[in-house]
Design a protein around this ligand. Structure first.
Ligand SMILES: [Zn+2]
Length: 317
């Protein structure tokens, strides 16, 4: 099996069937030696079981005797969608800089919009940046700022409008405050600011205090700013944008405009409930910007472990 591909077109040629995709996934997840997900035994000689007269990736563990396939515990588990369609969706998702809408993916794959929507949520979980560890440290510069994102109500379905209607206020609650933090020349992180959180608390959570912090003059940032190595502020209301060459928040503001383009251009309307998942998607895209689409695709395949969102969880209020 040739698995040398570096584009969408060559992936389609290199992996022409479901079984080719399965073998590729086995190679990526197991590194050539099958692993029983039940007891963890790594063994090249787990029993191979035939289904309907042929081997289709069903193994039986040599030790615990339980059955498994390479998709068990991944976003592909239990899906009626063929593995090859999943691979196509994964590649598209991994390579499109601004993501892809469920309507477009549905047309590309020949599945219903509801199915595509569900696949995208699973993909989004697989592409998630783990949000582990802090940004900055070592005296590096980290910029932090907040933006307000939300889809236009006019683009939302009636069902979605109903979901976000705030009875107390008598209007739609379609705006979400998102904190963004970026280490210059490094990684980014977006975190939805919940009602009981402050921007300052979020920055403290994600940024190592051994950093040079650059922000605007928001009050909660002034408070936590004192704990950092240095806190530089620009006051946009006084037309301050760059001070002493390094005090500015231009990098994070640039990232926010990327966020806006993704929301406006691709997804149109994101309800507050799903906003963090989109934040993670954009974070992953940004942080993996220097690697190729193929490597990003491979990363998504192996990051699928444990992604088993089911439809009912996603649509539950
Ligand atoms: Zn086992």
């Amino acid at each position: 099996m040739t698995t040398q591909f570096n584009s969408f077109a060559s992936m389609l040629t290199a992996l022409p069937t479901d079984s080719a995709c399965r073998e590729y996934l086995e190679m990526k997840r197991w590194n050539g030696t099958s692993v029983c997900p039940h007891c963890g035994l790594v063994d090249a000689n787990h029993y191979k079981l035939n289904v309907k007269g042929e081997f289709r990736g069903m193994y039986k563990c040599k030790s615990c005797k339980q059955r498994f396939t390479v998709t068990l515990g991944t976003m592909f588990e239990g899906s009626p969608i063929s593995l090859r369609k999943w691979f196509i969706a994964t590649y598209i998702f991994a390579s499109h800089k601004k993501g892809i809408s469920s309507h477009q993916l549905a047309r590309d794959l020949g599945v219903t919009q509801k199915t595509a929507w569900f696949m995208l949520h699973r993909l989004r979980s697989a592409f998630t940046d783990n949000n582990e560890g802090q940004l900055g440290g070592g005296g590096n510069i980290v910029e932090a700022d907040t933006t307000i994102v939300g889809g236009k109500v006019k683009n939302m379905s009636n069902k979605k409008r109903k979901e976000i209607f705030d009875r107390k206020r008598g209007s739609w609650d379609n705006k979400t405050h998102v904190a963004g933090m970026i280490e210059r020349n490094g990684n980014i992180r977006f975190d939805v600011i919940d009602a009981n959180e402050t921007e300052g608390a979020i920055v403290k959570k994600h940024v190592d205090t051994n950093s040079l912090l650059m922000t605007d003059t928001a009050g909660t940032l002034r408070v936590i700013g004192k704990e950092f190595l240095y806190h530089g502020t620009v006051d946009h209301s006084k037309n301050e944008y760059v001070k002493e060459a390094i005090i500015h928040t231009n990098t994070i503001e640039g990232a926010f405009s990327m966020f806006d383009r993704m929301v406006v251009g691709t997804y149109h309307s994101i309800t507050p409930k799903h906003m963090q998942a989109y934040c993670n998607e954009l974070g992953f895209r940004y942080n993996s910007r220097k690697i190729t689409d193929k490597v990003r695709f491979d990363m998504a395949l192996v990051q699928t472990e444990g992604v088993k969102l089911n439809y009912n969880t996603l649509i539950a209020k």
